[in-house]
Design a protein around this ligand. Structure first.
Ligand SMILES: [Zn+2]
Length: 470
């Protein structure tokens, strides 16, 4: 049993007010809110880093189960209470630490936001201190962990946020719905209504009973603002070990490539029962064209011009293309998986396709292709687990493109150029000299992923040699 997670995004409407958006001062409040929360987080980060011993304090407690006194690490909630008692003036603690009076520096700070930043700061301080400790024990000179930054996207808990969709009807117009947020105006904290760009997509995901929605994060960017709702779902999935005992187990293997973005092969009882090629529809060429332009500009100006406006647009375009393609491929793979309930999804452990030699634009394009493979892998895993409880296994990728998927012998790759058969490393086709089998090279690799999963032929588990003595 496990948990799947996803994020559902809701854009705040920051368009002109005449078109139904929010007025400019309300927009500024979002930035003010993020700013003051960052400052508050920085305050507590400094506070925790000034008391590193407290974070690792052991507390004694009585274990009912073992009927004895035991020791454990101090809990985040205990640390929160402790931090509040030293920094906030209350009736119980009228005199907090003089140098750390939070309530003096941040008057009227809402209680719920304070707890949220304390928890954030605590997490940051703990991870920084443990990184630092690891670095110290390794005794290296380089790579000292830098002190943690305090900025973060704030989490909006119930007392600072409210979204009521039940009263709205999508048919009556797009702007009948608001998110109520408690924001900082620069002088005080207040509740304001922000129009949201409601869509059917959001509605469907928000109302989906299978998913539990958690407190959203407020993401404020230069030109947009959004609420990101984390959602979680409980998934009942078989362990791979149990699945492997099924003699008729269906395995779905994915070979990720550049032109064939994914080659999906489905096997049962040692036979391939379905094959799907997901092509890139010219994505690689398209992307290469854009990157060539960027590389040319950089070469002409003699320095990277990544910050330049036009290049930012191109990079944004390339990023969106990749993101879009990765989701589409992932969906195609998951569609195949849903046809075979109880199947196991197989990926190769991703290795980098080397981005060396050739031109700068080619290297950049190769890098993008690698990132795309990583994205497809991640999105597919998440979607398959969430939508059909399919578990993913990463198998040993060694030699999947060099060995024959028919007989296991070492083969060669070739292409046809002008009617002639030419042996080449990146040939589109695969040929086996032992059994004369010929196939598309990516298809052959995809089938080999199944063999790697079952540890057949080249991928047999090798017996480890006994350790040498003496
Ligand atoms: Zn063969």
């Amino acid at each position: 049993m496990g948990q799947a997670s996803r994020t559902t995004k809701l854009l705040l409407d920051l368009s002109e007010r005449t078109r139904g958006g929010v007025n400019t001062s309300k927009r500024a409040y979002l930035e003010e809110t993020a700013k003051v929360l960052d400052a508050a987080r920085a305050f507590y980060l400094a506070f925790f880093l000034a008391h590193p011993d407290k974070l690792t304090e052991r507390v004694r407690y009585f274990s009912e189960k073992h009927q004895e006194e035991r020791e454990r690490l101090i809990s985040p909630n205990e640390l929160l209470t402790w931090a509040e008692s030293l920094t906030v003036v209350t009736a119980a603690h009228p005199h907090p630490l003089p140098s750390y009076t939070f309530s003096e520096q941040f008057p009227e700070f809402p209680f719920i936001y304070r707890r949220s930043v304390i928890k954030d700061a605590l997490g940051k301080a703990r991870s920084y201190l443990s990184n630092l400790a690891n670095w110290n024990t390794r005794g290296k000179k380089k790579g000292q962990p830098g002190s943690p930054g305090a900025s973060n996207h704030p989490t909006l808990y119930d007392e600072a946020f409210c979204l009521d969709l039940d009263a709205t009807d999508l048919r009556t117009g797009p702007h009948t719905c608001f998110a109520r947020l408690k924001v900082y105006t620069g002088t005080q904290w207040q509740w304001y209504n922000y129009p949201v760009e409601l869509s059917r997509y959001f509605e469907a995901r928000w109302r989906d009973p299978a998913w539990e929605t958690q407190s959203p994060k407020l993401i404020v960017r230069k030109k947009s603002a959004a609420l990101h709702f984390p959602q979680v779902k409980h998934v009942e999935a078989k362990r791979v070990k149990e699945s492997k005992e099924d003699p008729h187990l269906v395995t779905v293997a994915i070979d990720l490539n550049v032109k064939n973005l994914a080659v999906i092969t489905v096997r049962r009882d040692g036979n391939t029962i379905e094959t799907v090629f997901v092509k890139d529809h010219g994505l690689d060429q398209h992307r290469y064209g854009h990157l060539k332009r960027i590389a040319k500009k950089q070469w002409q100006s003699g320095k990277p011009v990544a910050g330049e406006h036009s290049n930012q647009q191109i990079w944004g375009h390339v990023r969106r293309m990749n993101e879009d393609a990765s989701h589409k491929v992932a969906r195609a793979i998951v569609t195949v998986c849903t046809r075979y309930p109880g199947c196991v999804l197989l990926f190769e452990r991703l290795r980098k396709i080397q981005a060396k030699g050739s031109s700068k634009s080619r290297r950049m394009n190769r890098k993008q292709a690698n990132q795309l493979r990583g994205k497809i892998n991640q999105h597919t895993k998440d979607k398959a687990y969430a939508s059909c409880s399919t578990v993913t296994v990463e198998v040993n990728p060694h030699g999947t493109s060099q060995y024959c998927s028919h007989c296991g012998a070492r083969g060669e790759r070739f292409s046809y150029r002008g009617g002639k058969r030419i042996r080449e490393k990146w040939g589109k086709l695969f040929a086996c000299p032992t059994c004369q089998y010929e196939a598309n090279a990516d298809f052959n690799a995809s089938v080999n992923i199944h063999h790697s999963f079952y540890r057949q032929w080249h991928w047999q588990q090798r017996l480890k040699l006994p350790p040498r003595t003496g």
